[in-house]
Design a protein around this ligand. Structure first.
Ligand SMILES: Cc1cc2nc3c(=O)[nH]c(=O)nc-3n(C[C@H](O)[C@H](O)[C@H](O)COP(=O)(O)OP(=O)(O)OC[C@H]3O[C@@H](n4cnc5c(N)ncnc54)[C@H](O)[C@@H]3O)c2cc1C
Length: 383
């Protein structure tokens, strides 16, 4: 059971927080406005070991734990939740190759992913298959020593810029057991991208459809045997959900810190607004909720590190708690800023917009409840 960080973890957190403060935070509002994807800055993060956090070290990974990753993503998000969240997705893809790929595939892809010379995208969602991901239809048909891919993925983070696409495709029957995972490299004929989506937040990373039309990919690019793609995708998401939860906590912590500073400077009715007890209680509740979410997230991360049987359920629970709490706390921080919180310059409204999508992606928070409910009452028909 983890209740405090080790000296090493504190050093890792301080390193990530320092990077976030110096390299991300000063530019976060502008990157959001300009829809700029800061690839060079992410490569700087990778040079500090954040491109392959829980990847084995023989291919350039940092070999750290899920708990270490949760600490890192919280710290990075205090600078910019959007950039931190993309680095999280990149790490998830790299881990899927590290864990399920053959050694040749690990050696081919992971060194450049760990340095972020190459970026990765996770391609599961389709226009007709979001929460019900096992209904995906993008097909991969064998033709000699290649698969021929046809279909479309929707909402893919990093798409168009990424070099490596980890794609869940249908190679067999309907349902989860007919799904396989294939790596498609940028530049493969038949691979194209939709327009960069206009979004409420997460503007510092692109989101595009990924389109496959008669796209021929060598069989050697399949990760693991046919039919385990859904398992690989879900295993990736266990850690992804922890990371996204950590990004929500970090973003909210950043918003709370801004609110604390503001409340001690802003005056109304002849005193600092921080002197009003109603506001003090609001600030106290924000700190309490965040600490509770953080502690729970660390427990889920420790369970995933220990590979306990309830780890997936705990990751789903923690994602629900951390992302809902993070959004609420950030929204309260905006309220404490009054009208100024609504202005872009203060950087608060951006955090609220960024954290909103964490309640939707990597499995909506309704899907998190479905996962937990299944463990309580069994699987309902159709779910
Ligand atoms: C900015 C952004 C980035 C994204 N990045 C990626 C990415 O990189 N890779 C990727 O693969 N996907 C990505 N996604 C997709 C994301 O994971 C999906 O949007 C999400 O899983 C929900 O799917 P959907 O949008 O099709 O909603 P739907 O599945 O259509 O759900 C609609 C609503 O119904 C609810 N619902 C559905 N089924 C049930 C049920 N059984 N019980 C109760 N409620 C239910 C949902 O919770 C939701 O509120 C991204 C999305 C966004 C917005």
């Amino acid at each position: 059971m983890v209740f405090s960080l080790t000296e090493d973890q504190i050093a890792i957190r301080d390193m990530a927080q320092g990077f976030a403060a110096e390299t991300l935070a000063p530019h976060a509002v502008r990157w959001d406005e300009e829809k700029h994807f800061p690839v060079e800055e992410m490569r700087q993060a990778a040079a500090l070991g954040m491109g392959g956090i829980y990847i084995r070290d023989d291919v350039g990974g940092s070999g750290l734990s899920r708990l270490d990753a949760a600490v890192i993503f919280e710290a990075l998000s205090t600078g910019c939740p959007t950039v931190a969240a993309y680095i999280s997705i990149h790490n998830m893809c790299a881990w899927m190759i590290d864990r399920y790929g053959a050694d040749e595939q690990r050696q081919k892809y992971l060194p450049k992913l760990c340095t972020m010379e190459h970026l990765a995208s996770y391609c599961l969602t389709e226009p007709g298959a979001g929460s019900d991901a096992a209904a995906l239809k993008t097909k991969a048909v064998l033709d000699g020593d290649h698969y021929v891919l046809d279909g479309q993925k929707q909402f893919i983070s990093g798409a168009g810029v990424s070099d490596v696409y980890v794609v869940m495709v249908r190679t067999g029957e309907a349902g989860p057991s007919g799904i396989s995972t294939i790596v498609v490299e940028k530049g493969t004929p038949g691979l194209s991208f939709g327009a960069n989506e206009k979004k409420m937040g997460w503007n510092a990373q692109p989101t595009r459809a990924v389109i496959f039309e008669n796209c021929r990919v060598p069989i050697a690019n399949r990760i693991g045997p046919e039919g385990i793609g859904f398992k690989i995708a879900m295993a990736g998401l266990d850690g992804g959900r922890l990371n996204i939860g950590a990004c929500s906590i970090g973003g909210a912590q950043g918003a709370l810190d801004k609110a604390l500073t503001y409340a001690q400077e802003r005056k109304a009715f002849g005193s600092r607004i921080a002197d009003f007890q109603a506001l003090q209680f609001k600030l106290a509740d924000m700190a309490i909720e965040l600490e509770a979410a953080r502690t729970f997230l660390w427990r889920a991360a420790a369970a995933l590190d220990a590979k306990t049987p309830d780890a997936s359920k705990l990751c789903a629970m923690a994602k629900r708690v951390a992302t809902d709490t993070g959004f609420e706390v950030a929204n309260q921080a905006l309220q404490i800023h009054g009208g100024y919180g609504y202005l872009a310059d203060y950087g608060i409204e951006k955090i609220v917009r960024d954290l909103r999508v964490h309640q939707i992606l990597e499995g909506t928070n309704e899907v998190m409840r479905m996962i937990v409910a299944r463990s309580l009452v069994g699987r309902a028909k159709g779910n």
